[in-house]
Unconditional design. Structure first.
Lengths: 129, 119, 103, 119, 103, 129
């Protein structure tokens, strides 16, 4: 029996959505965000992680006018409205790219790899895209 | 054990759908229940009934359809991903159904494990 | 703490998936190399040192069918990597609490 | 100058088709002739007329079709790649045609440049 | 000898495309970074040293629309990289004998 | 005017097909091979290059029975029948993977990166997949 099964009918699982890919070059960033916004309605414990090139999804000042693709970066701001508050960005990935929390479009929790290890190991479901 | 599967790529271009299929088959042989396979991103192409591989090649659209019917697996194609990629009822292989992303989250909630196959 | 099974399906010669997994996998987890990820099991792989280094606190597996497909049955693998088939893959998923794919 | 283009990925999942489209448009503005665009691998999905993106998103299937017709570009979908992926005449957008791989080699021979967009 | 234009569309943080191009591009060629390849133009990129090293015998370009899309207009680029738009991309293709995409 | 245009109606261009991807994980190896076999009929000057993980396409003893995919490695043997004789494998890529020419399913010319640079720079059309 799993821990949550003791809680009766209202199962709450810890869902983590992991983003490792840059935006626009592929659609994974956008389609993962679409899942997270739906997931927010399910009363589960949702967290979203950005590591490696995934941190680039949150870079400020994206302007897609000249590539003709939809700029979806403002949609990350909606995460707060949907009560998705656990947003983790790996410190090492940010630093490797010369970025800091001030460069990001939303407030996030910047965590070192050692801490992210612990957070990742506390999940019940991990969805990558 | 109840297992859910997420497939993020179409047949042929990436091995993801092949791996997911072999995994699902093996899980059933081991006595587990594969309750749902959710097809997202390019994974929606796994439901395209017009797919016609060479005769000496595997036909994943057919294989998924048969595996689903024989074992009561709910094969769900994401409607948002499918619409933009042109996978609609008129080309949908029997055994698959089109539904919302909520079905993926549900698969995460209701199964003991969710295994993701992608690029 | 959940016991994690990490899935790697990309070649370490071409992509950083295995590197990231080795950086972020908690002690006591397992790593299963599948698809092009099986190149990471070659003793000559660029990442072999990093894999060996984490043999102490992680358990490594490689999917035999993907090894054979790529003609690597005669190629030396890193010492201590366990070979499984699809049935073994299923058992690993069942024995661990969570499967995480490093896409 | 005569330019040929090879597109190896479908719309949406990779930027390849977007880049190829912007490049083709710019080449025409610069006074070059884009004689043929060959769609290979998952690129064949660019010809799927059932594709229905959200209304505020670009529609590459439509865009390619229009650019092709307005500028006499030969939009060729590889038959071998298309068959296995289920792109057939019944879902083929107007302005595209299905033909063999020889058309790609020909594009390499007959154009001054061949530019490849893929993953 | 053909004058080559090398196209890179992958992030050097994630993939080896730029590395391979830098190893195999003949002197006198040009390199254009597009799509996720534009991350290779960041002065902080892991590959920045290798790029700078080949500034002597290669010419580097980056596609501005892809830089702007990714919010990198305010981010320092490697000294000596030229920014072009799609029209400039077309001109580069016309000015070089062959375009080679590093997929 | 380009050099070959002086040769009159029988244009012969140097076509190079570049393989950088492992087999089976993606379809690019197989679909590139399909192009090369068609290209062979066009009386052009065809060469095929394997670098990086592309060299793994030629590894001997591939057995795909257990993954259910078509083993197409024997088809490389047909290149010779189609008079495609310029097959280059980068030495550095082979060595990095602990492989040598004896591990490959067909005879190839193993060339060092420095030489491959020259060969690549002599092409008229380069097709990657």
């Amino acid at each position: 029996m799993e821990p949550w099964e003791e809680e009766g009918p209202e199962v709450v699982k810890r869902f983590m959505y992991v983003n490792r890919k840059a935006p626009y070059g592929t659609i994974y960033a956008l389609e993962c965000l679409e899942v997270v916004l739906i997931a927010a309605a399910f009363d589960q414990d949702v967290s979203v992680v950005f590591v490696d090139d995934g941190v680039c999804q949150l870079k400020k000042n994206q302007d897609t006018a000249a590539i003709g693709m939809k700029n979806f970066s403002n949609t990350y701001r909606a995460l707060d409205d949907y009560d998705v508050e656990k947003i983790y960005v790996e410190k090492e990935s940010l630093e490797e790219r010369g970025l800091s929390a001030e460069d990001l479009i939303i407030p996030v929790e910047v965590v070192a790899a050692g801490n992210l290890r612990e957070i990742m190991a506390q999940q019940d479901v991990v969805i990558s895209s | 054990m109840k297992i859910g599967i997420l497939v993020n790529e179409g047949p042929f271009t990436h091995q993801a759908s092949d791996s997911a299929y072999r995994f699902a088959e093996a899980a059933i042989v081991r006595g587990h229940e594969v309750s749902r396979v959710f097809f997202y991103n390019d994974g929606v192409f796994n439901a395209n009934k017009l797919s016609e591989p060479q005769t000496d090649d595997r036909n994943l659209v057919q294989l998924w359809s048969e595996l689903g019917k024989a074992n009561g697996i709910d094969l769900v194609v994401c409607i948002a991903a499918a619409l933009r990629r042109g996978i609609k009822e008129e080309v949908l292989k029997d055994g698959f159904r089109i539904s919302g992303l909520g079905q993926l989250v549900e698969a995460g909630i209701e199964n003991d494990r969710l295994v993701v196959f992608g690029d | 703490m959940s016991k994690m099974l990490h899935l790697i399906n990309k070649s370490p010669f071409d992509r950083n998936n295995l590197d990231s997994c080795l950086r972020l996998a908690a002690a006591g987890s397992s790593v299963l190399l599948i698809e092009d990820g099986v190149y990471g099991a070659m003793s000559k792989a660029s990442s072999a040192g990093a894999v060996s280094k984490r043999m102490e606190d992680l358990t490594f597996y490689v999917l035999g069918p993907d090894v054979s497909a790529r003609g690597l049955d005669d190629t030396p693998l890193i010492d201590g990597i366990n070979v499984v088939d699809y049935g073994g893959f299923v058992d690993l998923v069942a024995e661990h609490d969570v499967a995480q794919s490093w896409l």
